[in-house]
Design a protein around this ligand. Sequence first.
Ligand code: C5P
Length: 220
Amino acid sequence: SETFFVGIDGPAGSGKSSVSKEAARRLGFGYLDTGSVYRALAWFVLSRGGSTTDPAAVESGFADFEPSISLDPDVRTIAVGETDVTDAIRTPETTAAVAGVAKTLSVREKINELFRRIVADASLPGVIVEGRDITTVVAPDAPARILLTAHPDVRAARRSKEMGADDVAAVAEAMRRRDASDSTVVDFLNAAEGVTVVDTTHLNFDQSVDAVLAVVDERR
Ligand code: C5P
C-alpha cells in the first residue's frame, strides 16, 4: 500500500523538528527533515567554491548533488556523496548560505520532486515530512497536513535553549530575519485551506506530540 504522507510546516522554534521526530517514532513512521536537504545543498555549493546567491552555481550544484538521508527518526545523519555532512550543515556559514538555495526557484521544483520520490520509495507505513512548503507545494494532497505555530517570544526562548544561547534577544532577531527571508519564498506562517493549525504556545512537548498524533489519527 501507499506510504501515508504527513506534511508538517512551521517556523523555527515551533517545536517542528522535535515534535515531528517523536510523532514519527510513536507511529513507526519515517521522518524527513527537508531543511537538512536545503542545508546540504548549500554546503555542497560552498564546498565547490560557489556562492548560493548565484542561481547558476546552485543549479549546477544540484545537478551533481547526491544526498543520502536517513529516514529513521533516531538516526539523524545526512551525507553528500561519500561525505557525512550532519554537523557541517549546522554551522553559521552554511546556515547563512541556505537562503540563497531556498530562493532559487528552479531548484526548489527539483528538490520537491526529490522529496516526493524519497517518500514514494520508502518501505515504511508512513513518513512525516517537515519543512516550510510541504503542506502547500510539496504535498498539497497529502492526507494529513499540519502547520505548527507558536508565539514569536516562545519560539525565541525555545530556540535559545536548544542552542544553549544566553542572548535571547539576539536569537529572536536572527530568527525574525530568517523568517522574513523565508517568507519571501513561501508563506509558512499562515495555514492554507485544509491544513490543521497546531499552536504550541501553551503546549508542552508531550501535549504538542499528542496534538499532532490526534490529527494523524483522524485522517488515517
Ligand atoms: O528547517 P531548517 O531551519 O533547517 O531549514 C533551513 C532553511 O532551508 C530554511 O531557513 C529555509 O530557507 C529552507 N527551507 C525551505 N523549504 C523547506 C525547508 C527548508 O526553503 N521545505
